[in-house]
Design a protein around this ligand. Sequence first.
Ligand code: GZL
Length: 322
Amino acid sequence: MKRRRFAAALAATGLAATWATPAWSQAAGKKLVIGFAQTGAESEWRTANTDSVKAAAQAAGYELKFSDAQQKQENQIKAIRSFIAQKVDVIILAPLVTTGWDTVLKEAKAAKIPVILESRNVVVKDPSTWTTFVGSDFVEEGRRAAQWLLGHTKNTTGTVNIVELQGTVGSDPAIERKKGFEEVLKAHPRYKIIRSQTADFTRAKGKEVMEAFLKAEGKKINVLYAHNDDMAIGAIQAIEEAGLKPAKDILVIGVDAVKGAFEAMIAGKMNVSVECNPLLGPQLMEAAAKAAAGQQLPRWIKSIEGVFPAEVAAKEFPNRKY
Ligand code: GZL
């Protein structure tokens, strides 16, 4: 069948739009339009992440439609549906939790809009509904926290009692930071997690839950492992209000390596922060342009990050970008 006749026949079926829609390209001169469904503004990390994405979109000359879900998955789902209705070229999603995305990601796929996951991953039946995950290896971050603790306490003996402030229940980083931390410690039975509870990645909840831990366990606590620095910083206030010295009476381990953690380490109130890089904007813009142009992408674009103990905090602080 001649191409023209085939196109006419196809148009009659209403599929023409799908078949005929050209993939986006810089050369075409059309501004790339991205819909970004962010979790909220729960932590210093998240604020730095949002700033990085907005700055990178501006620098690239892309239009960014931004939605702050205030830590509610239903708001993220609504935002994705709105982006689909607006026919954006690409959707970036920072999924609050790992599950509950199957239906809306299928809708994005049906609309031929690629979805890029950033800062957290999802668990869905059809993995072809998302294109790539731009973010950290959270299990490795948990392992690094435990490895620091083992090194820091290697010349001690007896039981080491740990309390754990978990991130948002059901979120990828909370699940995997716990997994990595426990994986390393299971070979060292004197290290015991005696209390573990979510404080939702926020300072306020970190203080609140740590107050409860201190009331229940008091001076028995030797270590705090917080899945992010914001909860650790909130917990430090609770430790001081209980008349104890953070980083001395209770070792304080956080994750993210945000500015607040460096300030706490320099003040002698925190022992270490495992870095989780929020400055994903440039990588996300590169991935968005490629996805919109129909180019192949790796399934995981992994962040490069380190570990910052208090001993290096003062030297490193001037170099920090978030
Ligand atoms: C990590 C990110 C986590 C940070 C927290 O990629 O999803 O969410 O570690 C933030 O500070 O709230």
